[in-house]
Design a protein around this ligand. Structure first.
Ligand code: IDP
Ligand code: MG
Length: 167
């Protein structure tokens, strides 16, 4: 099945200068990158991204992790990979959630660690299924930021929206 998946290089991956290595590993999948940007991660965005983990003992620390507060890198590299079995291919390359259990040659096995506060710092996020991919891609990207029309969109005239423009 041809499908998209959301990939994030998390703040530990950026801080450890792993972006190039991780992108090289991902290129083994022969999938296409159809969207990419450096994104600042607000608390609201981090909480929405990990809303399925609300209530877990590590939740607050996980939010601080995704926001870059543990690594002094307040950003992530957000990308949409697209192609045949994209979700499963990227998950396999990423490895298990717990870096200690991840295949040693997977991205998380190679680069992940467990912090003394107990958060799994695992360098990369990858969607786990189609529903999650759609929710996450819509959370991180607007339709015009993606090269393909992945999901139905509509034109909207937005008035009174305050945003920064070049001075
Ligand atoms: P996933 O990233 O492999 O899809 P999720 O269960 O969605 O795993 O968890 C999201 C993130 O939360 C993980 O990537 C990891 O950083 C962190 N995490 C998940 N489970 C634990 C745990 O049991 N202890 C500490 N951190 C965890
Ligand atoms: Mg997950």
């Amino acid at each position: 099945m041809i499908q998209p998946t959301l990939v994030l290089i998390k703040p530990d991956g950026l801080k450890k200068s792993l972006t190039g290595n991780i992108l090289t590993r991902l290129s083994e999948t022969k999938l296409e990158i159809v969207a990419a940007k450096m994104a600042k991660v607000t608390k609201d965005l981090a909480v929405k991204h990990y809303e399925h983990l609300k209530g877990k003992p590590f939740f607050d620390e996980l939010i601080r992790y995704l926001m870059g507060e543990l690594h002094d890198r307040k950003k992530v590299l957000a990308m949409v990979y697209w192609g045949e079995d994209a979700i499963q291919k990227v998950r396999e390359l990423a490895g298990a959630t717990n870096p200690e259990e991840a295949n040693p040659v997977s991205i998380r096995g190679q680069y992940g660690r467990i912090t003394t506060k107990g958060v799994y710092e695992n360098a990369i996020h990858a969607s786990t299924n189609d529903i999650e991919a759609e929710r996450e891609i819509k959370l991180w990207f607007e339709p015009d930021e993606i090269i393909l029309d992945l999901y139905p969109s509509k034109k909207a005239t937005i008035t009174s929206v305050e945003k920064r423009v070049w001075a």
